[in-house]
Design a protein around this ligand. Structure first.
Ligand SMILES: NC(=O)c1ccc[n+]([C@@H]2O[C@H](COP(=O)([O-])OP(=O)(O)OC[C@H]3O[C@@H](n4cnc5c(N)ncnc54)[C@H](O)[C@@H]3O)[C@@H](O)[C@H]2O)c1
Length: 258
């Protein structure tokens, strides 16, 4: 018998934002499945019968699959996945410590990618599977994204990092049937992609850009304006003490917060 109340899985709900969200959802009449790598079940007890706890490592597909199955078996429905679990990247992509070394730097620690990216992809796929089985098929998936750090690379290393988004380009990975389904003016020739690469390679002013390649044209997609001005700007501006903690020197960015 499926639960009469809607059911949300909140990953990483034993702390921080996930905890606050789980509390709020329970107060709003949801059943909440707390999925967290931390063993602590005290929070679930505090929330009471409207919640349940599942020990789960979102970076491990089998662990998430087991959790989803258990939630389904308990409630008979899954209406929302709040893919909140995540960690901070404590590795240093800039490897500033190795600047004067001939030794190949150590393998990057990609745990953050495993948890914050792969964990979300795993959860999304599992949510799709189970949300299809709901009595009224469908559901909601909520995810956070983060932005990259092109300015530090440019400032400290003179390295430009950009992204080229190809559209549909008729190469061997695109089946002919797909090409036939797209009107010719919506195909992007390889020459546009090459031109975008060349632009990144030859124009020093192009860094931290996403280039939309569409038919014969390239469009530089600027980072969207923050909607809440100074308040949001403060949240995404590099804070030098934290930068130094991870990278062992200051960022060198003129607008960093000291
Ligand atoms: N706090 C911020 O300023 C901030 C800013 C941007 C993004 N975020 C992101 O927001 C989300 C919530 O962060 P928070 O500030 O509430 O952090 P938090 O550390 O208070 O809570 C994170 C929770 O995720 C759990 N968790 C960590 N790894 C896990 C795993 N592999 N599987 C399952 N659970 C795991 C932790 O046990 C913890 O309960 C995270 O994804 C974080 O990266 C936070």
């Amino acid at each position: 018998m499926a639960s009469s109340a809607p059911v949300a899985i909140v990953t990483g709900a034993n702390s921080g934002m996930g905890k606050a969200l789980a509390q709020d959802l329970v107060e709003s009449g949801w059943k909440v499945a707390i999925a967290d790598i931390q063993e602590n079940q005290a929070f679930q007890k505090e929330l009471g019968d409207a919640s349940s706890f599942y020990k789960c490592n979102v970076a491990d597909y089998d662990s998430q699959a087991k959790m989803f199955q258990q939630v389904w078996d308990t409630y008979g429905r899954i209406d929302a996945l709040c893919a909140n679990a995540g960690i901070v990247d404590k590795s240093s992509i800039y490897i500033l410590d190795h600047r004067n070394s001939e030794v190949i730097p150590p393998k990057p620690d990609l745990l953050c990618t495993d948890v914050d990216y792969k964990g979300v992809v795993y959860g999304t796929q599992l949510a799709i599977h189970f949300m299809r089985k709901n009595k009224e098929p469908g559901g909601k998936i909520v995810i956070n994204f983060v932005r990259g750090a092109s300015r530090v690379l440019k400032q400290k290393e003179g390295i430009s990092i950009n992204a080229v988004c190809p559209g549909i380009v008729h190469t061997s990975i695109i089946p002919q049937a797909m090409v036939d389904a797209v009107s010719p003016e919506c195909l992007t020739p390889v020459s546009t992609i090459v031109a975008a690469y060349k632009r990144c390679l030859n124009d020093a002013s192009v860094f931290g850009k996403v280039i939309e390649c569409s038919a014969a044209q390239q469009f530089l997609l600027e980072t969207p304006e923050l909607a809440n001005g100074r308040v949001s700007k403060r949240a995404v501006t590099v804070w030098d003490p934290l930068f130094k903690m991870y990278h062992h020197e200051l960022s060198g960015l003129p607008d960093a917060i000291p």
